[in-house]
Design a protein around this ligand. Structure first.
Ligand code: GDP
Length: 420
């Protein structure tokens, strides 16, 4: 591997010379995800008859919502908002999806809709609470996630500005859920009416500081994705039509759509409505982002607020903000301290070894000196013995003088005689 010039924050960019294989990682993630399947929880909010069940069935091209009997309008006023959910396992190209659709029958159906948002908000929060309770368990291996990933909010195709109920709902919920406002039954408005209506809705949303879900591009997105996101963004709020029925085009091709005396309106025709863009964002390009936003932004905020309100205080010594420069400085200081300690320890050990060696040398020097002294005295002794011997030998080897002879003989005689 060769190093390239770029060096960002201490991490070097390296150029590889060959294929090693980690680029296959996305495929591994894909395989694992396909095996496990996905969960997606979608809430639909809008008054009865606005087209919620038809749109969901059209989106997933299956009967998620069962057929409703055409009910005669009830004489009794609606009893309030209910929250019901239904799940379905659907599969496409081997990929399994556990889809849960949460319906909110009764929303906007009462005479007084002031608090219509309340049971829905409570339901969304209770799902967060359930998740939080599971997260706080000792064993977290099997957490079931029922949090709402997105809410499709159906705006009545009035052509005027947003109603109080719409604004109130969105204001109360925009920090708790990914909001996707759509104009329902878009076929009931003309193209120019729709254009104007969209502008009014966006102005109201901006005015009230409501956050809605929008696809955002970042530096890592390829140009194609950036262009797709821009296209999707330009259609928000999506004006859609729903239809599970097929109608025939003039050329005889069957398509999902609605028939009018003046012609047909097709569900999957971008010139007729924004159904394709809604489906693209919701299911094809941004499902994961919706789930991520729910988990990392909306739920995380809720969790923080909840724990703080319960008296939990964050220990900022543990969770202090990460500053790489301070961190590096601290690491350097710790490293220097460690090196200094090692140096002191090493010089202590070194000094001890030197002392030991010196003591040993001194001891062996003394031993050598003692041996030398001993050997010297032995040699001295041997020398004086030898000298003594030599002297004696010299004396015995010298010729005897007549005087000595006489003396000796006398002596001998004497000795001889002395023997008697
Ligand atoms: P829900 O009560 O909100 O679930 O509404 P439904 O999906 O049951 O739809 C109520 C009625 O509106 C049905 O007769 C649908 O055929 C009709 N409908 C649904 N979507 C559209 C649409 O996009 N355009 C028109 N014109 N009618 C629609």
């Amino acid at each position: 591997m060769k190093s390239t010039a770029g060096n960002t924050g201490g991490i070097q960019k390296k150029k590889m010379n060959g294929y090693v294989g980690f680029s296959n990682y996305p495929n591994q993630v894909h395989r694992r995800s396909v095996k496990r399947g996905f969960n997606f929880t979608l809430m639909v909010v809008g008054e009865s008859g606005i087209g919620k069940s038809t749109l969901i069935n059209t989106l997933f091209d299956s009967k998620i919502f069962p057929d409703r009997e055409e009910m005669p309008p009830s004489a009794e006023p609606a009893k309030g908002v209910d929250v019901t959910s239904m799940s379905a396992d659907i599969q496409e190209n081997g990929v399994k999806l556990r889809l849960t659709v949460v319906d909110t029958p009764g929303f906007g159906d009462s005479i007084n809709n002031e608090d219509a948002w309340q049971p829905i908000l409570e339901n969304i929060e209770s799902r967060f609470d359930a998740y939080l309770a599971q997260e706080n368990r000792v064993n977290r291996s099997k957490i079931s996630d029922n949090r709402i990933d997105a809410v499709i909010y159906f705006i009545k195709p009035t052509g005027h500005c947003l109603r109080v109920i719409d604004i109130e709902f969105m204001k109360r919920l925009h920090t708790k859920v990914n909001l996707i406002p759509i104009i329902a039954k878009a076929d009931t408005l003309t193209a120019s009416e729709l254009e104007l209506f969209k502008a009014k809705i966006l102005a109201d949303i901006n005015y009230h500081g409501i956050q809605i879900f929008k696809p955002v591009s970042d530096e890592f997105d390829d140009p194609e994705t950036v262009a797709d996101n821009r296209e999707i963004l330009s259609k928000i709020p999506f004006a859609v039509i729903g239809s599970e029925k097929h109608v025939e085009r003039p050329d005889g091709t069957p398509v999902r759509g609605r028939r009018y005396p003046w012609g047909i309106i097709e569900v999957e025709n971008e010139e007729h409505n924004d159904f394709i863009k809604l489906r693209q964002m919701l299911l094809r390009s941004h499902m994961e982002e919706l789930k991520d936003t729910t988990d990392m932004v909306l739920y995380e905020n809720y969790r923080t607020q909840k724990l703080l309100s319960m008296g939990h205080v964050q220990d900022n010594n543990v969770f202090r903000e990460f500053n790489p420069l301070v961190q590096m400085e601290e690491e350097k200081r710790a490293h220097d301290g460690k090196m200094q300690k090692m140096e002191t320890e090493m010089s202590g050990v070194f000094q001890q070894k030197v002392n030991e060696k010196e003591a040993k040398l001194k001891q062996s020097e003394e031993e050598l000196y003692a041996r030398h002294k001993e050997m010297k005295s032995v040699l001295e002794k041997q020398r004086s013995e030898l000298e003594e011997k030599k002297k004696r030998a010299e004396v015995s080897a010298r010729p005897v003088t007549p005087m000595e002879q006489q003396h000796t003989t006398k002596g001998k005689k004497k000795n001889i005689f002395s023997g008697f």
